[in-house]
Structures are given as C-alpha cells and as structure tokens.
Design a protein around this ligand. Sequence first.
Ligand SMILES: *Cc1c(COP(=O)(O)O)cnc(C)c1O
Length: 412
Amino acid sequence: MIDDIFSLIEKERKRQQDTIELIASENFVSKNVLKAQGSILTNKYAEGYPGKRYYGGCKFVDEIEEIAIENAKKLFGVKYANVQPHSGSSANMAVYRALLKKKDKILAMDLNSGGHLTHGSALSFSGEDYNIVFYNVDKETGQINYDEVRKIALKEKPRLIVAGASSYSRKIDFAEFKDIAKSCNSYLMVDMAHIAGLVAAGLHQNPCRYADVVTSTTHKTLRGPRGGIILTNSEELAKKIDKTIFPGIQGGPLVHVIAAKAVCFAEAMTHNFISYQKQVIKNAKILCDVLKMEGFKIVSNGTDNHLMLVDVKKSVNMTGKEAENILESIGIACNKNMIPYDPTTPFITSGIRLGTASLTTRGFKENDFVEVGKIISTCLHNSDDKRILDDLKTRVNNLCRKYPIYEEGYNG
Ligand SMILES: *Cc1c(COP(=O)(O)O)cnc(C)c1O
C-alpha cells in the first residue's frame, strides 16, 4: 500500500514532466523548497507564535518562523507578516473575521469577471457569512472600470473592498482602489494570490503601499510551497489578524511549510527571480500575440501579467470544457474558465485560462511559446482529425523533452 503511493508519486512526476502545463495557478518549486517542505519539521507542534508558544521545544522552529516573517516583510516592504495561513482561502477568511462582523458588507469582483470563490461566492463561507455586492469588468473592454467601482462603492458603502483576482489579465490599479475605499470609509484588502511573484520582482504595482491588508498564496507565481500569507502595515490590524489565525481559525502551524516559505521568499529576492518573472510576462505576451494572429479572441484583448483568458466559444465555437478536454488529450493542461458575462455554467464555460509561470520555470522562451500557441490553435481547429492530433502529441513530447524538470526518481 505504501509502495502504491510512491509509485503514484513517480507517475505524477512523469505526468508533470510530459505535460505542457498552462494552468495559471501552478508552478514548479525549487529543490530547496521541496526539501524544506518534506523535512522532519513536520513532526513539530508549535501552536502560537515565535517566543509565545503553547508547546516546548520550539527553539529552532521559532528561529525558522522569525526568518520567514523577516523575509516576507523585506520582500514586500511591509511592517507585519503572518506566515501561518494554511492556504490563500484561510488567509482571506482570517482577514474577514479580523476586520468584519458577520453580515457586514463586502464589495468584491464577481467570480465571472475574474474574482475568487472566497470573494463572496454563494458556494463559499464568504458568501454565506457576509453581505456581498459585486463589481464586474466592463462589457466592452473586459477591464475594470474604476468609475463604475467607485459608483457602486459610494452607493453601497461596504465595510471592506476586495481587489485582486484569479483570472484577470490586466494590471490592477491599487492606488485607485485605495482612493475609492477612502471615499466611502471602507477597508481595502488586496488578494494578490496570482500576481505575488510579479509584485515581488517589482513588475506590478505593490499593493502593500495602499491596502490596509494584503493576502496571498505562496504557490502560484511566487513559486513557493502551497500556503498563504497576510501582510499589513498596521500594528492594530496585525494583532487582530494574528489572533484570528491562531487560535481563531487554525491550530498548529505547518512549520515545514513555513520553512519552505522562508526559502521561497529568499529565492524571490534574487536577480534570477526577477529575470524569471520578466520572462514570464514576455512569454505571456508572445503566447497571446500568436493566439490572436491565429484568430482567437482574448478577453480584454491582451495581457499585462502571466495569464490570459481565451474566449473559445467565440473563437472556435467550443465550450471551455471541450477545449480543456481536447487539449489534455494531446498533453496540454489548462483549465476551463468562465469569461465575463458568460451565459454558461462553471462546469461548461466559454473560455480557457492559460498561464506561463510553470513553463517559464522549465526554461521555455519566446520561440517555444510560439510553438505552444501554434499547437493549441491547430488542436482546437482540428479537434476531429486523429492524424493531426497524433502529430501534435509528438510536438508536445519534443518540447517536454527539451526542458526536463525533476530527474527520474526525484520526488523531494
Ligand atoms: C488561488 C487563490 C486563492 C486561494 O488559494 P488556496 O490556497 O487555493 O486556498 C485566493 N484568492 C485568489 C485570488 C486566488 O487566485
């Protein structure tokens, strides 16, 4: 039984090696991140915070968490960091609970426009516990219309405004959001889960300068272990947030993951990381240009970051679900995604979301993304032609062989 698990892990490693990974929320972490996360630190209980634990024997894990906190503060230029959230969703839950009372009003981006489930979806605790009002992107431009957001904010007077998204391909103006929040006396929370790596590299406006609180995952463009962080410059809010994470909503912190976060933050402070993020953006622009040249309609007509949304319904008269499946059959992984004002359901969708962070970690450059774009286009235009699809599989294999990730048998 135990062998089965390890043989499945090896199969999964091989799947990762043999796949063109375009899921925008994924990445490949360094061996040092894997090593920290797979370490003996998982044996340790450390409820509480460095210097104030409920368990003995925390001398070294205290130092580890302190380094993680210091690295996070330095990387993003903030005064306070909580590195214990088990995930992006728990980070968001903690902030809502620290700042709001049940049924307080939150203004956030609609899921269809690019928001996240924890930004008020009826299916999530956030939609159940709070009174949610949404803003959408502009129907024509596919981009946030800040005048429209301001209008809704002034009318609704939310206690908290959430900025940040899971499938929005344009820069977000956090200064503008702060101005809107000020005008209606609301808190501003920025959820930078997707773009944290770009922010760390100085390639996107840093929300920490504007927001009352910033949350993030550490495993998307930031390329760290699966987990969350919360950042703020306010001592008062930092205290409330710490109490809400523990003992409010979590028990013992995942010290092994916190160690891996410390490694990830340190990696993100290197020149290599900045070059990597620049390449991520260059690659996204090229992929987007190729797809446009091949006749595909891109939501908002372009990208400023690591991802894009392709309207496959308008482009090739396919649902997102069909496009995702046919691409998977030739070794390309992406996810179906609702597009703004999508008439279908989240299980069908009219779009697919493509991101470049993972492949860029493998070493893919612009010319490789030209090839990826052409493969996607040929596949979606010839989804019934087995001979063409077989040929595309070979082209996928060639790309995958060119850029190995972890060597055979290596699983941390
Ligand atoms: C991915 C994501 C999250 C949630 O992260 P999990 O670690 O999966 O809980 C939250 N907010 C945004 C904007 C995200 O993209």
